[in-house]
Design a protein around this ligand. Sequence first.
Ligand code: TRP
Length: 331
Amino acid sequence: MTNQKKGRVFSGARPTGRQHLGNYLGAIQNYIALQEDYECLYCIVDLHALTTVETTQNLIQNVYEMALDWLAAGIDPEKSIVFVQSHVPQVTELHTYLSMVTPMGKLTDLPTFKEKVRQHPQNVNYGLLGYPVLMAADILLYKADTVPVGIDQAPHIEFARETVRSFNYRYNTNVLVEPQMKATEVPKVLGIDGQAKMSKSLNNHIELAATPEETKARVMQMVTDPQRVRRSDPGNPDICNVFSLHKVFSSAEEVEHINVECRRAGIGCVQCKNLLAQNMNAHLSPFRARRAEIAAHPDNVWDILHTGRDRARKIAEQTITEVRLAIGLPS
Ligand code: TRP
């Protein structure tokens, strides 16, 4: 890694296994682009996953599948540090130190916490409350200055910034670095239901690793403009999720053609979806080939994650040494 980079990026995602189009367009594509200009750390946050999972039965497989998709999509371990959160246990140590400068009320007030309490009232554990502290520890441990995340994570980044100020003030130091959020510009992609954000738990997603046939079948199930009932009804592309995806996967000419023809019932939804499936499959074909190649040697994926772990640990150890010194802990 050279020093001419603009700064250090950290981002994390929970191990959700095979990635879908929403993950790809919302995060992975952006991760790939940032590798050129920043020194990047991309972390599979398995400890965060423990705050809500009921069973860890699929955890290892999910970490593996996610790493595989990241690598196949173009996250390059030569350029970026790709690793698993729990492989660098210093993050839990920093979490403890940060917890000492975290007022309880701040955690209970966070909208993300309240939302989780609503979703899982029977599993409100201490780890869940500390979720933002652990997330701050992720970012601060590596002194990342730039954090690309979706807008839903804004309160967590603000929390991390406040934590840096509290810590540095309390211990009269400047070891921790205040990170900036880099809100990702992403195309709005809904699930095949055309209603909710694409997500695995809602089963409205299209997996990147799906076969061309499966992909086509999912596209054909997509909900279009609900006002358009008959083939002869004009449609409104502005509110159609199929059209949103055309903007991502189809040529400018095709997008324009659909935009015009849909509005005057010149093209039907079936034809429109057929074209989308075809373009999507063409776009994903190199990804799938690369994925199959990598998947032929699963050990290589783990080797990459272990190399990432070693590189991440070097940075982490340095920060922890500085932090302990700043706090005044015995050496
Ligand atoms: N909380 C993030 C999410 O749910 C995941 C995450 C954990 C993260 N640690 C992070 C994101 C550090 C950015 C930086 O999406």
